[in-house]
Design a protein. Structure first.
Length: 282
């Protein structure tokens, strides 16, 4: 099922009220690049469905963002270095001053949330919003919402526990590949920790990542769904991975090839369904 730009625009151009539930239904199947950023704002609750408040809300968001400290500090050099490495790797052109937007959004987040320390994967997590969302203040709010959601999840359920749960699912769902990784002495836990904690932002290409997040932002429990998508990737790449040796496997997993995202998203829903059915039958 493919949703056209025109279908999205019909919803987004409503004069009084945006049908967010319809956007959610559409977004599960992917969002056109032209409207992705605007749709994400509604899916993430950054923009209200009631359009009568749109102008005043936007003015207030901009004012609030302008008041957040974005001045260079001791972490700025590290942030700039990571941004440069990321931009060299992705090589995506844009008419906007992308490095400055990256730096301002990440600096604003860290200065606004003093309990959170900067870590390099913030650049990867920020990138989809920098490239998709038109207004910098909105990109900041989307980024803040995502980081806070991940932080809340792993604060209540530690990453070690999440990885252990994932390994159990992996052994159950794809036993042949699990055994092959053991034979090759592949430390899949290292990959799982990064993939789970940073929502595959370091492993997927930017285009694939944005397509994945279209679905994630459309469902209510995306962080709980995420391990099933990671399993779907492993199942999808199983034959290719089984032809590789340890170092080659690690290289492929750390930087995944371009993937058929619609197919893998559907596979992830199927895997979740299979596992839930199996658990209910016990």
């Amino acid at each position: 099922m493919s949703i056209t730009v025109e279908e999205y625009e019909d919803v987004l151009n409503a004069e009084v009220w945006i049908e967010v539930n319809k956007l959610r239904d559409y977004a599960r199947h992917g969002i056109s690049r032209e409207v992705r950023g605007e749709v994400w704002l509604y899916l993430l609750g950054i923009q209200e469905a009631d359009r009568s408040k749109e102008v005043s809300t936007q003015k207030q968001k901009l004012l609030d963002y302008e008041q957040i400290d974005k001045e260079p500090n001791e972490m700025t050099k590290r942030v700039r270095g990571e941004i440069s490495r990321y931009l060299r790797k992705t090589n995506i052109e844009s008419s906007r001053n992308i490095p400055r937007i990256f730096e301002d959004v990440i600096s604003a987040y860290c200065n606004h949330n003093h309990r959170v320390e900067y870590y390099p994967a913030m650049v990867n997590l920020c990138a989809p919003f920098v490239y998709s969302v038109k207004r910098e203040c909105d990109a900041f709010l989307c980024f803040e919402k995502l980081i806070n959601a991940l932080d809340d999840h792993f604060s209540s359920r530690g990453i070690n526990e999440s990885v252990a749960s994932f390994m159990t699912l992996f052994r159950t769902c794809i036993p042949d590949l699990y055994s092959y990784f053991e034979e090759e002495e592949v430390d899949i836990k290292e990959w799982a920790a990064s993939a789970l904690q940073f929502a595959l932002s370091k492993e997927l290409s930017l285009e694939n990542l944005m397509r994945l997040w279209d679905t994630y932002f459309a469902v209510p429990d995306w962080i709980e769904f995420h391990p099933f998508f990671c399993l779907a990737i492993l199942r999808h790449l199983k034959e290719s991975l089984e032809e590789l040796e340890q170092s080659e496997i690690r290289t492929m997993l750390m930087r995944l090839p371009s993937l058929e995202m619609d197919q893998i998203v559907n596979e992830a829903f199927n895997i979740r369904h299979e596992i839930l059915e199996r658990q209910e039958s016990l």
